[in-house]
Design a protein around this ligand. Structure first.
Ligand SMILES: [Zn+2]
Length: 241
């Protein structure tokens, strides 16, 4: 699979629905390059690395993470360079790194609500041998906001109160007006039964309206334009009781 080019210096590896692999971003600076999200396994990271090498780009020195969910983080131990996450994400990663992946432990987490069926199913598919699962916390952690100067291009990482997970970090690249959101605008499957919280959705729309972006990169879909996203989210908000 090839990287797709979004703008002059921004590329991405498209999502794959079979095992819920998310989009992986690539930002090419003059000094450093940045990977956005670490994918769901070393196999997924390997695919990304090969795609980067095939385009004659350099392997990223940094990987920044949008939120703690397995599909965005289980490749962290295998990415080249240093990893960067928000404080809340790192707290959760430290907890998940202690999880046991036996059938019994996985079932217990489904019963307690610590994990959800969809992830359980996809993890089993991605990992025929669950001894290969390795969850690590990050090298670099920030509170609220961090700006990375990649040389001629910046990535502004900001922890927002998304509708999907409280640790959501959005990544804004002002020079090319691109915004990576991970799953920040999706429903919350862990804490709100896969539904939107009205107040959080309203806040998220306001946050997005204030950012000057043209291209919106979702975790599990094709990139969209700003108007499309805002229209979609406003319709969802109107449909909420
Ligand atoms: Zn997620």
């Amino acid at each position: 699979m090839q990287l797709k080019q979004l703008s002059e210096r921004i590329y991405y590896l498209p999502a794959e629905s079979e095992t819920d692999r998310p989009v992986l971003g690539y930002i090419k600076g003059n000094t450093y390059s940045l990977m956005i999200d670490a994918g769901n396994s070393s196999v997924h990271v390997e695919k990304f690395k090969n795609a980067v090498i095939n385009m004659e780009l350099t392997l990223p020195q940094f990987t920044a993470i949008t939120h703690w969910h397995w599909d965005h983080t289980f490749g962290m131990h295998f990415v080249p360079g240093k990893t960067i996450v928000g404080h809340l994400t790192n707290l959760k990663l430290k907890e998940v790194s202690q999880w046991d992946w036996s059938d019994k432990a996985m079932l217990q987490r489904l019963e307690s609500g610590e994990d959800i069926e969809f992830c359980d199913k996809c993890i089993r598919l991605e990992y025929p041998d669950r001894n290969q699962i390795k969850v690590v916390s990050a090298d670099i952690e920030f509170n609220d906001e961090l700006t990375l100067d990649l040389g001629g291009i910046h990535c502004v990482m900001k922890n927002i109160e998304g509708t999907h997970s409280e640790d959501s970090v959005i990544m804004y690249i002002p020079e090319e007006k691109v915004l990576f959101v991970g799953d920040a605008d999706c429903e919350d499957y862990y804490n709100n039964n896969g539904k939107y919280d009205k107040k959080k959705l309203d806040n998220l729309i306001k946050t997005l309206e204030e950012i000057d972006f043209d291209i919106y990169v979702l975790g599990h879909d094709e990139p969209q334009k700003k108007e499309e996203v805002i229209d979609y989210l406003k319709t969802e908000l109107l449909n909420l009781k």
